[in-house]
Write a protein that binds this ligand. Structure first.
Ligand code: DX5
Length: 222
């Protein structure tokens, strides 16, 4: 069984105080922090450039991962690694040469991960599973927080976990979108072990309570 990891999206955080928000998330016991990087092209929203992340890097020791919802990840990869991101998540839908893009992330010194939009089948990543530290199965259509969890993604989660285990690959499986107290058990039961939560986590009375409750619910479901 792989460790459960609770990872906040900073989309619901106070954008006027992102450094302090990162410190607050670290103090709440999150396992890492996800930056939803959006270029206004691959998804209809625009968020964090590398300089914003760089400015927050010194506010916490927690690992940063950049979810690159961008049309050209090769163009931006080095800047996000230099900004202090330890992992880069590249969408399978954005790379003409996904195998080379992921290998380049490792060459840059970061951990490569690959993401699948809801309509993208597991087969799209079959030939790069050996290159990544993590697979992200989107449980919403990317672009915005606060959307409803797509339970229809659970068979895909299960299929990818089965493929990883069958090949003996040491790879985490992350889910992102609509993860809350009500939905985390379904995703965990299907085989996910890393859980992105944004709006649901920030709705708890305290972040620490949210991290603890989500972690317990995920562990109980496996
Ligand atoms: C979508 C984003 C969101 C976010 C989490 O592009 O990736 O999924 O991280 O948002 P919530 O937890 O509010 O659904």
């Amino acid at each position: 069984m792989r460790d459960v990891e609770i990872v906040p999206s900073v989309l619901p955080a106070d954008f006027a105080s992102l450094g302090a928000e990162c410190a607050r998330l670290g103090a709440a016991g999150v396992d890492r922090i996800q930056w939803d990087v959006m270029d206004g092209n691959f998804v209809p929203n625009l968020t964090f450039g590398p300089d914003v992340i760089k400015a927050c890097r010194s506010h916490t020791d927690v690992m940063f991962e950049a979810h690159l919802m961008v049309t050209d990840p090769d163009l931006l990869a080095e800047a996000y690694v230099d900004a202090g991101c330890d992992m880069l998540i590249v969408h399978a839908e954005t790379s003409t040469h996904l195998h080379r893009t992921l290998a380049n992330v490792r060459t840059l010194g970061a951990k490569p991960a690959v993401a699948l939009n809801p309509s993208t089948p597991p087969e799209a990543v079959e030939h790069v599973l050996d290159l990544v530290d993590m697979v992200l199965v989107m449980t919403v259509n990317p672009g915005f927080g606060g959307q409803a969890y797509l339970a229809s993604m659970e068979p895909k989660i299960e299929a990818i976990r089965t493929r990883l285990d069958a090949r003996g690959l040491d790879v985490d499986l992350e889910v992102d979108g609509g993860i809350s107290a009500d939905t985390i058990a379904g995703a965990a039961n299907a085989g996910a072990n890393v859980f992105i939560s944004g709006s649901a986590l920030f709705r708890y009375p305290t972040l620490a309570e949210g991290v603890s409750d989500l972690r317990q619910r995920a562990e109980a479901a496996r």
